[in-house]
Design a protein around this ligand. Structure first.
Ligand SMILES: C[S@@+](CC[C@H](N)C(=O)[O-])C[C@H]1O[C@@H](n2cnc3c(N)ncnc32)[C@H](O)[C@@H]1O
Length: 292
């Protein structure tokens, strides 16, 4: 049975038994002035993570994983990469080892004018212990040249890549959930289900337990249940708890819409983008493209 509760993250974690969780997937508050942020001070983010660490390391099974998704704390145009803080706190635990710093990149967001617009966030993947669950075959993606073969040497004629597909790498391009995205709810900063889904498939055994102590609209829960895993999560805001419960119910009823993992990104053609721009704005670009 999936358990979704209205509770503070630390109290939720305190109630979980030692070594009971296969995978944590979570995105905590960035302390940047969202309605649910209790502070805008990045030192409070650090302090919160010091409190979280012992709980997380205690409840995760040996061989299990913690995937912590964060972006940047931006104040007065000064950027603090929050994963640097998470790393410095979590890597201080003797049993936790960083396996990947996954870059999640997406095409939309705030437009900056005094620096480059931010178009990525990260996921730090830690394992508890050195022997850990990692099912790479479950998340392989198509090879660029699927039928390619060795053309010389002892393996001549044999496939040169893994026929099951290639490792997806540590840079994942997945559209973020903005207005118009099929998964958008009233939550201000959901991550896409596909982001969590790849982690669930690779890092949690079938029927294993996934938790999210900052569950928001329940995207990690949707991913876990869709992939046949158990889920338990909490949020401090009752209305997000209601949204998460409704989404998981809709998933189970077969009515929830999600963007499929591995759906290709839409790439506008040059003609598409030029067609939408008044001719007089293009100036030089038209002159160049029309030059012989
Ligand atoms: C970045 S959002 C998570 C969004 C989520 N990943 C999703 O896809 O919808 C952070 C969430 O943490 C919740 N939150 C903030 N402080 C909390 C606390 N002390 N305990 C539990 N949840 C908290 C907020 O209400 C918010 O929904």
């Amino acid at each position: 049975m999936d358990i979704i509760v209205h509770r503070d993250a630390l109290l939720f974690l305190a109630d979980l038994a030692d070594e009971s969780v296969d995978l944590v997937i979570s995105s905590p508050p960035y302390f940047m002035g969202k309605e649910y942020d209790t502070s805008c001070n990045v030192d409070d983010f650090t302090a919160a993570h010091k409190l979280l660490l012992e709980h997380l390391a205690r409840v995760v099974k040996t061989g299990g994983s913690i995937c912590w998704q964060v972006g940047s704390h931006v104040h007065d145009n000064v950027v603090v990469p929050l994963d640097a803080i998470v790393y410095s706190v979590f890597a201080g635990h003797a049993d936790l080892h960083l396996r990947n710093r996954i870059v999640w990149t997406f095409g939309h967001g705030m437009h900056a004018s005094r620096r480059f617009s931010g178009r990525h966030e990260t996921i730090l993947w830690f394992t508890k212990g050195d022997k850990y669950h990692f099912n790479l075959d479950a998340v392989r993606v198509p090879q660029k040249y699927p039928g390619k073969k060795h053309y010389k040497g002892p393996k001549q004629g044999e496939p040169s890549g893994n026929p099951l597909g290639k490792n997806p790498g540590d840079v994942w391009e997945i559209p973020n959930v903005k207005a118009g995205h099929v998964e958008k709810t009233d939550h201000p900063c959901q991550f896409p289900v596909a982001l969590a889904q790849r982690l669930v498939k690779a890092l949690c055994p079938k029927n294993g337990l996934v938790i999210d102590p900052y569950m928001g609209a329940g995207s990690a829960g949707v991913a876990a249940v869709a992939e046949g895993r158990q889920f338990s999560g909490c949020d401090i805001e009752p209305r997000y708890v209601r949204i998460a419960r409704a989404r998981i119910k809709a998933l189970q009823a077969g009515t929830l819409k999600t963007r499929p993992l591995n759906q290709p990104i839409h790439i506008p053609s040059k003609n598409d983008s030029v067609a939408q721009v008044p001719r007089q704005w293009l100036g030089d670009q038209i002159a160049h493209s029309e030059a012989p």
